[in-house]
Design a protein around this ligand. Structure first.
Ligand code: COA
Length: 247
């Protein structure tokens, strides 16, 4: 999926404001306060000397429009959406290994259906993907005892209902996720375009705020960290909750 230019413009605006209010070079703000490194380089090392990242920054010299340069650079990079650490993918869901005995869940829309991937109409498909995922983990990763995740998506009832209640109920705010999609993904719709109203309101708040703490509060939804024993998932999907959604 290719994300819209406005998604990058928004992050550039945020980085400029961080650079002003935090008194740091724009290059540092771009590395630490946007999702650009992940989009361009793909890994999660956030290495300021990475050759791809350095090429991006080098392009600043002589460029009049950073927005155009940033988007051109993005378009020429592979559009990898899942982290390289992902072990297996089941439709919109994937998992990677977390700390010992734990898997981490990832979500990315791969559902081309006319209804949204989190709509009631598509819930049965999502539940079926998650059921396959946990069965795969049970057979292939016998040491795994816990499922964990971090995302803005855990704020949405449409997402939370796909998981055992104890998992969603464990949510705590995950601070300092400025580099990651678990924060920035809330500004995208399922087609890779921006959610215009959310973006407009956010952009206005960012330009009004005068301290770094206030900047962090401009995001409408905070990323939430969740976890639960994998047993809770086996039980939840065994009860065939797809039926609750008419699936
Ligand atoms: C998740 C994603 C597919 C949702 O896109 P969408 O086009 O809104 O999809 P859906 O219509 O299925 O959304 C389901 C519901 O959530 C709501 N919703 C989606 N994003 C929202 C947001 N940022 N704030 C509030 N509600 C939101 C939708 O309005 C919809 O509610 P409704 O059925 O009452 O209208 C899209 O935001 C996306 O692809 N984001 C980037 C990937 C990402 O963030 N992954 C997670 C990384 S951790």
């Amino acid at each position: 999926m290719i994300y819209a230019k406005e998604f990058f413009d928004l992050q550039l605006q945020f980085a400029r404001r961080v650079s002003e209010l935090g008194a740091m070079p724009l290059q540092v703000a771009l590395l630490d306060y946007t999702n650009l490194y992940v989009r361009f380089v793909g890994d999660r090392q956030f290495d300021g000397d990475d050759p791809i990242w350095s090429t991006y920054l080098a392009g600043f010299r002589g460029e009049v429009d950073l927005g155009d340069w940033t988007y051109r650079f993005y378009l020429h990079r592979p559009h990898r959406v899942q982290p390289p650490s992902v072990i297996a993918t089941f439709g919109c869901f994937a998992y990677a290994m977390g700390k010992p005995g734990q898997i981490r869940l990832h979500f990315h829309n791969t559902d081309g259906h006319r209804h949204g991937p989190l709509s009631a109409e598509r819930s049965a498909s999502r539940l079926s993907e998650l059921t396959s995922l946990v069965h795969h983990v049970r057979s292939q990763q016998v040491a795994v005892k816990e499922v964990a995740g971090v995302s803005w998506l855990y704020n949405l009832t449409a997402y939370r209902r796909l998981f055992p209640e104890s998992y969603a109920a464990s949510a705590t705010v995950a601070e300092n996720r400025f580099r990651n999609m678990p924060l920035w993904g809330q500004f995208l719709n399922r087609h890779g375009g921006i959610r215009k109203d959310a973006v407009t309101a956010f952009a206005r708040r960012v330009s009004d705020r005068t301290t770094m703490d206030e900047l962090a509060q401009c995001f409408p939804l905070q990323p939430l960290a969740v976890s639960a024993p994998i047993e809770a998932f086996f039980e939840f999907y065994a009860q065939n909750p797809a039926a609750r959604f008419g699936g």
